[in-house]
Design a protein around this ligand. Structure first.
Ligand SMILES: [Zn+2]
Length: 374
């Protein structure tokens, strides 16, 4: 399997001695949550990825996570590429198979547990454990059988996209040429998730779907991993009107760091600096109360994974509109879940107060969870 520590030379932000002191205090005392990551370790050799994605040989990267200092992580499983039961990653069977696997893995380990309520973040911090919030990036195909949302809740799901990149019966995804927005059935799904207590994620929804979900949702929503189209004009990024609507909704966006997504004209070689150009832009637009980080990293070669699963992940459509950029082997400074502390280092280096940092890595997410899952 891929090395969890030191696979590549991902560099951390340098700090002065007094800044290092602040960093250590924050790492020790503050609750910290990633709004979207994949904690599973991938094989070292990318040519084994397809076979791996069809297997149940999962391993949570505990060694790498020990560097992360996280109290909670929204776990994206293998959404989009898990093909054990059918060629459609969003079939009910493929989703239930993953839910069974993650529950089995977590229950075997003393140091992790499945997060089911907002305050499980604090509990994890107090108990020195990691709360894993099960997060489906898109809804499985349930047709009109929306009572199945209760089953998902029962299996531990606490955050779910209405749609992944290719549109479904509930709404249009970001890979769709025609943005048909939220369907009437999708509006029922929103109602059901609001009332059962599963937070809504709009990371992979098309623009109109995002706006229409926020119109009908009685609860704040997450955009767990994305960036600003005002910084980098690809379809995967969110336009100002969606971000402004998110602020009205009381929701939170997690800034994405998956390779070749959150690029910027100032930093076209993808690194933590390009990622932070999105953070700063969104801070200026809607303020810090709506910001978090959902780096979307994993243990293994993420660039190779995109190459192998290009079609399943709708990589081409996601990047459409994107200007030319330089291909990187990895995102320097935010390469795997163990690099999460580098976000805090960057925030310290760039003058953010402890209070502001706490909002970004904990309080904003906790607030939305209180309103949604309770
Ligand atoms: Zn995603």
């Amino acid at each position: 399997m891929a090395k969890q520590i030191g696979r590549v030379d991902s560099r951390w932000i340098e700090l002065s001695d007094s800044e290092e002191n602040r960093f250590e205090k924050i790492m020790e005392g503050m609750c910290k949550v990633s709004l979207h990551d994949h904690t599973i370790v991938f094989p070292e050799d990318p040519s084994n990825y397809i076979e791996f994605a069809g297997s149940g040989e999962w391993l949570i990267g505990l060694e790498g996570l020990s560097r992360a200092g996280l109290d909670a992580v929204f776990e994206g499983l293998m959404d989009g590429i898990y093909l054990a039961r059918s060629r459609d990653p969003w079939s009910w069977e493929n989703i239930v198979y993953q839910l069974g696997l993650i529950s089995w893995l977590v229950d075997k380990l003393e140091c992790v547990f499945i997060g089911r309520s907002a305050d499980d973040i604090i509990r994890a911090h107090d108990e020195d454990r990691l709360a894993i919030y099960i997060h489906l990036e898109g809804a499985p195909h349930m047709g009109e059988e929306l009572e199945l949302v209760r089953h998902l809740y029962g299996f531990g799901v606490r955050c779910m996209g209405i749609v992944y990149s290719v549109g479904n019966e509930y709404g249009s995804g970001l890979a769709d040429e025609k943005d048909y927005g939220l369907t009437p059935l999708g509006a029922e799904l929103v109602d059901e998730m609001n009332s059962i207590g599963i937070a809504i994620d709009l990371a992979h929804a098309n623009d109109l779907t995002c706006l229409e979900v926020m119109e009908v949702s009685s609860k704040p929503v997450f955009i767990t991993h994305a960036g600003a189209r005002g910084v980098w004009p690809s379809r995967r990024m969110k336009p100002d009107k969606v971000l402004e609507r998110l602020a009205d909704n009381g929701g939170v966006i997690g800034i994405e760091a998956s390779p070749h997504t959150t690029l910027s004209k100032e930093h076209p070689y993808h690194s933590i600096e390009s990622v932070m150009d999105h953070f700063k832009y969104i801070e200026d637009l809607i303020g810090l109360d709506h910001l978090a980080f959902g780096p979307d990293t994993l243990f293994g070669d993420h660039v190779a994974l995109h190459r192998v699963f290009r079609d399943y992940l709708s990589i081409g459509a996601s990047r459409s509109g994107s200007p030319n950029y330089i291909e990187v082997p990895y995102v320097d400074g935010l390469e795997n879940p163990g690099d999460f502390p580098n976000i805090i280092r960057w925030l310290i280096r760039n003058g953010y107060s402890d209070n502001e940092i706490e909002k970004i890595v904990f309080r904003n997410i906790h607030r939305v969870l209180k309103h949604t899952i309770g």
